[in-house]
Design a protein around this ligand. Structure first.
Ligand code: NAD
Length: 469
């Protein structure tokens, strides 16, 4: 399945009701997906249950080898997967976008395949011995969002497989084709029933996250849906990893060099056209360098082309869907109405197809503006002036979410000291949002709980078992 046409043909339903999926840049039809029901969820979970004992019995070595072959299959289909992702999600092929996402998917799969989780000897004093092992959970549900659909699905699937679980994947209703295609490529290699995708909406997700035979839900999406999953999983006491919404603050200290940090600030905020959970969503800049940071960031941002994803020159794309376009528009309009100063963008063209919202920077904005307090999840960054770093830290910590944060300074020790006071799962110094498959990632406060990636990520996909005697 190395060509776009063969990939699309492999996932196009041949019978039953279907739903059309459109390109958010052009409105063109990209493909169709099956409309799957609660019965399909039940069948997929039953198949996953049936496949799990044999998958677990293969042992770590054999599972690892199969997963590495699956990563090779992704690599062989990179261009086809990237084109489908670009058409469906809207993100450009080029830049840190569609090809990058497919590459990250195979990289994360390889990392999970090759990471070792040894049994820990907790006590061994000659009298007694206690070891901590991790057993497979069973069937894992993987429920994902529409912003990085392939990569986030792999973040959920890969550690689950490595630990001997089987997986039922429920992609976002906005980006099902990308995930169905990814699963089809994985299934060129994986035994039957080990990974099954069910395309459906939030009801399908609710059915899956309350299914009695599902032992764990890996969920990435909004905080509101995360809370619904906590409730729906309670009756069967499922294990949960919840990677939820964020509203990441960045604090620029007065000693930072505005020119030197402009590119990092830009990509921290605007990667994937701002549709990234751990993107920079509120920028606090010291009064001494406020104007210089605004100028250098606006200069860099204005040079970054936005447009149709298949055009290789573009590095920014449309919002993925109209609902998100409307959220970004509303938040920017409310800031304008309250007297904030738009220094770039802020005025989408209404005479072209596609959910394009221009790269937007909003200066001289109050902390209580909805553009600051709500997650915009799009290309509109509020830049807030501060005078006292203590005040900036307090404001950064004032919200009930805490996924990521960043501190920007010429003095790394000073930046680290400020970082320790920020309430976030990750604090980056002089960058924002970079991830590594071996470095744990997770949220604080209502950004969720549980860690993904590396050894901690594998532990989250196992049931701890102490063997003592
Ligand atoms: P969403 O919560 O609307 O949907 C996510 C998934 O949940 C979809 O597949 C949806 O069908 C499903 N779903 C909806 N209701 C459900 C229910 N009651 N039970 C089970 N499943 C249900 O999120 P979204 O709009 O697709 O994604 C954007 C949000 O995701 C943003 O808030 C963003 O910050 C967050 N996000 C977080 C991370 C992270 O790692 N923390 C990564 C990406 C996105």
């Amino acid at each position: 399945m190395e060509t776009y046409d063969s990939l699309l043909a492999a996932i196009t339903p041949t019978a039953g009701p279907t739903r059309d999926v459109h390109d958010p840049a052009t409105g063109e039809l990209v493909g169709t997906v099956p409309v799957q029901t609660a019965d399909d969820v039940d069948r997929a979970v039953t198949a996953a249950e049936a496949a799990q004992p044999a998958w677990a019995a293969l042992g770590h070595g054999e599972r690892s080898a199969i997963m590495l072959r699956a990563a090779d299959a992704i690599d062989r289909s990179t261009e086809a997967l990237a084109e489908l992702l670009s058409r469906e999600q809207g993100k450009p092929l080029n830049g840190p976008n569609a090809r990058f996402e497919v590459g990250a998917s195979s990289a994360w799969l390889r990392a999970a395949a090759t990471t070792e989780l040894e049994a820990e000897v907790i006590v061994d004093d000659g009298q007694s011995r206690a070891e901590l092992h991790y057993r497979p959970i069973g069937v894992v549900a993987a429920i994902g969002p529409w912003n990085w659909p392939m990569m986030i699905s792999i973040w959920q699937i890969a550690p689950a497989l490595r630990m001997g679980n089987t997986v039922v994947v429920k992609p976002s209703e906005y980006t099902p084709l990308s995930v169905l295609a990814l699963v089809a490529v994985l299934n060129e290699v994986l035994p039957e029933g080990v990974v099954t995708a069910v395309a459906g909406d939030r009801d399908t997700g609710a059915r899956l996250s309350s299914h009695p035979a599902v032992g764990k839900v890996m969920f990435t999406g909004s905080t509101a849906t995360g809370k619904a999953i906590i409730r729906s999983s309670a009756d069967t006491v499922k294990r949960l990893t919840l990677e939820l919404g964020g509203n990441d603050a960045g604090i620029v200290l007065p000693d930072a060099d505005p020119e030197a940090i402009a590119e990092g600030l830009f990509w921290g905020a605007f990667i994937n056209t701002g549709q990234t959970c751990a993107a920079l969503k509120r920028l606090y800049v010291h009064d001494d360098i406020y104007d210089a940071v605004c100028d250098s960031l606006a200069g860099f941002a204005a040079s970054m082309p936005m447009g149709i994803g298949l055009d290789e020159q573009n590095v920014l794309g449309p919002l993925q869907n109209k609902a998100q376009f409307d959220i970004v528009s509303r938040l920017v309009e409310s800031a304008k109405a309250a007297g904030a100063r738009v220094i770039l963008g802020g005025d989408p063209a209404h005479d072209q197809p596609g959910y394009f919202y221009p790269t937007t920077l909003v200066a001289d904005i109050h902390d209580d503006s909805p553009l600051v307090t709500e997650e915009q999840f799009g290309p509109a960054l509020p830049i807030i002036r501060y005078h006292d770093v203590e005040d900036a830290v307090a404001k950064a910590n004032a919200l009930d979410v805490g996924l990521g944060a960043s501190v920007w300074s010429a003095d790394p020790d000073r930046a680290r000291e400020v970082a320790t006071r920020l309430e976030a799962g990750t604090v980056w110094i002089n960058s924002h949002g970079g991830l590594n498959p071996m470095v744990p990632f997770g949220g604080a406060k209502q950004s969720g709980y549980g860690l993904e990636f590396g050894v901690e990520g594998l532990k989250a996909l196992g049931v701890p078992q102490v063997i003592s005697g």
